[in-house]
Design a protein around this ligand. Structure first.
Ligand code: SF4
Ligand code: SF4
Length: 109
């Protein structure tokens, strides 16, 4: 469940609300993410089975995430396997999500 970027999708509130199929949790996550990201995220947007899964995706992760797009284009299982690790795009992301760096560094060891 480690995303291309190093996030652990199994701990993501959106993933947990989806797997529990809990509309109250979806509403809470939508409210929290709307405030956090300055976006109009609705409860019905909170449906995600994880970044690398075949299933449902939160629209930001599937349509807008530059790290995911890049890793898929390079056909790497995640950024830890990329020859350009850690590129500028990933470093910018790590500044917001230091745990993702820790996870990918561990995969590279
Ligand atoms: S891909 Fe889905 S589960 Fe993973 S971080 Fe994004 S919203 Fe959460
Ligand atoms: S170039 Fe950067 S974002 Fe793209 S796969 Fe490599 S490390 Fe990930």
């Amino acid at each position: 469940m480690i995303a291309y970027c190093g996030l652990d999708c199994s701990k993501c509130d959106g993933y947990l609300a989806t797997q529990a199929d809990d509309d109250d949790k979806r509403a809470a996550v939508a409210k929290q993410w709307s405030a956090q990201y300055g976006a109009d995220i609705k409860p019905e947007h909170i449906n995600c089975d994880g970044c690398s899964s075949e299933g449902r995706k939160f629209f930001y992760c599937s349509e807008m995430c530059e790290v995911r797009k890049c890793a898929m284009a390079k056909a790497v299982p995640n950024c830890a396997a990329c020859d350009d690790y850690a590129c500028d795009t990933l470093e910018k992301f790590f500044a917001l999500a230091p745990d993702a760096r820790t996870a990918l560094d561990a995969l590279r060891d």
